[in-house]
Design a protein around this ligand. Structure first.
Ligand SMILES: Cc1cc2nc3c(=O)[nH]c(=O)nc-3n(C[C@H](O)[C@H](O)[C@H](O)COP(=O)(O)O)c2cc1C
Length: 197
């Protein structure tokens, strides 16, 4: 395994057929994969995720399969449109299914917005903190018809931001994954001690 390879789960938080979030997630997934990362994309338009119900979900086959994919990831890229200055219900529904599986992992956030999506990124950082996950110190936002056109990343600015994000995902994803594994198998009293068997 190279120093910059890692296992990345990417989430498309839009059910919109012509979603620009999906276009940007795919762009990032393709480039991560080309650089040797294990890449897994969740797109709920292809695999619908039932609404989270804590009374019934835990033994369901779809949940157990999804949990394996989340557990295998070092980095989770959360893509969402800006809905009312907040995250989409599609992404929130995914997030509600997991907690410990996110602990000690790295979240990266990408947001389709007309307004830079800052409140959306902030809300995802709050989710990360609640789950003891790390978050990138910045997010990537983009605007329809300017940054994404004809199902392609169309602006140099977005292309450059995604290149930076890809680099940071690989570098910090690997670093944190190595430290997470060592803390879980170790005996020191860090926050990852809660995941020891
Ligand atoms: C219900 C709803 C609420 C929205 N609220 C906002 C908003 O508060 N701020 C904003 O910039 N865009 C808002 N938008 C616009 C979407 O964020 C924008 O169209 C985005 O590009 C959609 O991404 P998608 O193509 O990946 O679904 C809203 C769209 C919808 C459908």
């Amino acid at each position: 395994m190279s120093d910059t390879s890692c296992n990345v789960l990417l989430v498309v938080g839009s059910l919109h057929d012509a979603s620009i979030t999906r276009v940007v997630v795919k762009h990032l997934a393709d480039n991560l994969s080309a650089d040797g990362c294990e890449v897994n994309t969740l797109d709920f338009i292809e695999d619908p995720l039932p609404l989270f119900n804590p009374d019934t979900v835990w033994e369901q086959d779809y949940y157990l399969l999804l949990k394996e994919r989340v557990a295998a990831a070092d980095v989770i890229v959360l893509g969402t449109p800006d809905y009312h200055g907040s995250i989409s219900s599609t992404l929130k529904n995914f997030l509600d299914h997991f907690w410990k599986e996110f602990t000690g992992k790295l979240f990266a956030t990408i947001v389709a917005s007309h307004e830079k999506g800052l409140t959306v990124h902030d809300q995802l950082r709050t989710v990360a903190r609640q789950c003891y996950a790390w978050s990138m110190p910045y997010g990537v936002s983009f605007i329809e018809k300017i940054d994404v056109k004809n199902d392609q990343v169309a602006s140099d600015e977005l292309r450059n931001r995604l290149e930076m994000l890809q680099h940071d995902i690989q570098v910090y994803g690997r670093l944190l994954a190595n430290q997470r594994a060592s803390d879980i198998t170790g005996t020191a009293p860090g926050f990852l001690a809660q995941l020891r068997k």
